[in-house]
Design a binder for this molecule. Structure first.
Ligand SMILES: Nc1ncnc2c1ncn2[C@@H]1O[C@H](COP(=O)(O)OP(=O)(O)OP(=O)(O)O)[C@@H](O)[C@H]1O
Ligand SMILES: [Mg+2]
Length: 302
């Protein structure tokens, strides 16, 4: 892929993450290559969507970029600094700059603490010395939670409001980069559009860069600047979203789009989750070895 430019906030080179494969007795019987040699750049201010079937390695790639999973090999560079060779003791600023929003707001919030306490917690750890209470109140207000509501516990909120609290907690520390891992999947359809709008508004106001992992290709088509398609740990296609959707070049991308866009979103999600068991796709190993530029900015594994 191309050389890093100052427009690239995140750069991933030859990234590999393996996990031991264990049998029912816990004995190691091999390794899973969850991320299998990924090269990728994420540009400042963009939303890069990451799509692919269940188990293709999307979350592992996101977690490896954030150093939540220690990469097996390869490098992750953030704002010009190679995080993979940085001693742990010097990683703290990056734990603040790089945040994550997971699918399930229930498990990401502490149920025994109020909304305000939940948002204050990372501030006191990652940005000590500031007025964490005022910053948390400001972040909660930015997502539409204010007044006495900030003193309620997660259970007292609706699913959409809980996800807003999770988003407030992520932005309160003023990150530059946020991995959104299926941030809408646990929400009702009617709430998804509101939370999507919120994420887009915060991105503009706070100049955030997003890695947006999603099964919902209709949302991806609407909000992503570029889209990367992942299959069995590899990126098989990457390009401007409109172009990838209008003119998919890799066979796997075409299968994914056919499966997802021809039917309603709920069914599409189930089909995407099951796609790895479809006999016609099981044999579809990522073809090729090199991401090759087929038109400006549009790369395909060839
Ligand atoms: N902690 C782990 N230990 C062992 N194997 C893991 C671990 N995390 C992920 N894997 C394996 O790595 C592969 C990729 O998983 P990952 O969760 O990254 O996929 P995904 O694309 O995010 O899937 P989904 O769409 O279902 O969230 C899978 O085979 C999974 O079983
Ligand atoms: Mg996942």
């Amino acid at each position: 892929m191309s050389e890093q430019t100052i427009d690239d906030l995140v750069r991933v080179d030859a990234l590999v993450k393996t996990f031991p494969l264990r049998n029912a007795w816990g004995r190691t019987t091999g390794t899973v290559r969850a991320v299998d040699g990924v090269d990728l750049t994420i540009r400042r201010g963009e939303t890069l969507a990451l799509v692919g079937e269940s188990g293709s390695g999307k979350s592992t790639l996101g977690r490896s970029i954030l150093q939540m999973d220690e990469p097996t090999s390869g490098t992750v560079t953030y704002d010009g600094v190679d995080l993979t060779s940085l001693p742990r003791s010097r990683r703290a600023p990056y734990h603040r700059s790089m945040q994550v929003i997971f699918q399930d707001p229930f498990s990401s919030l502490n149920p025994h603490r109020t909304a305000l306490q939940n948002v204050m917690e990372p501030l006191t750890v990652l940005a000590p010395g500031g007025d964490s209470r005022a910053q948390a109140i400001e972040a909660l207000a930015a997502v539409g939670i204010d007044g006495d509501a900030v003193h309620r516990r997660p259970r007292a909120f609706s699913g959409g409001q809980r996800q807003r609290i999770v988003i407030a907690r992520a932005i309160a520390v003023r990150p530059g980069f946020v991995v959104c891992d299926e941030p809408l999947s646990a929400l009702d359809m009617s709430i998804q559009a509101q939370v999507t709008d919120l994420l887009l508004r915060l991105q503009r106001e706070l100049e955030l860069t997003y890695l947006f992992i999603s099964h919902d290709l209709s949302v991806v088509r609407e909000i992503a600047t570029r889209t990367a398609v992942m299959n069995r740990g590899r990126i098989v296609e990457l390009g401007p979203t409109a172009e990838v959707f209008a003119s998919p070049q890799h066979a796997y991308t075409r299968h994914l789009l056919d499966a997802a866009l021809s039917i309603d979103p709920v069914q599409a999600r189930r089909r995407l989750e099951r796609i790895s068991t479809r006999p016609d796709l099981v044999g579809l190993e990522p073809e090729g070895t090199v991401l090759t530029e087929v038109s400006p900015g549009h790369f395909v594994l060839r």
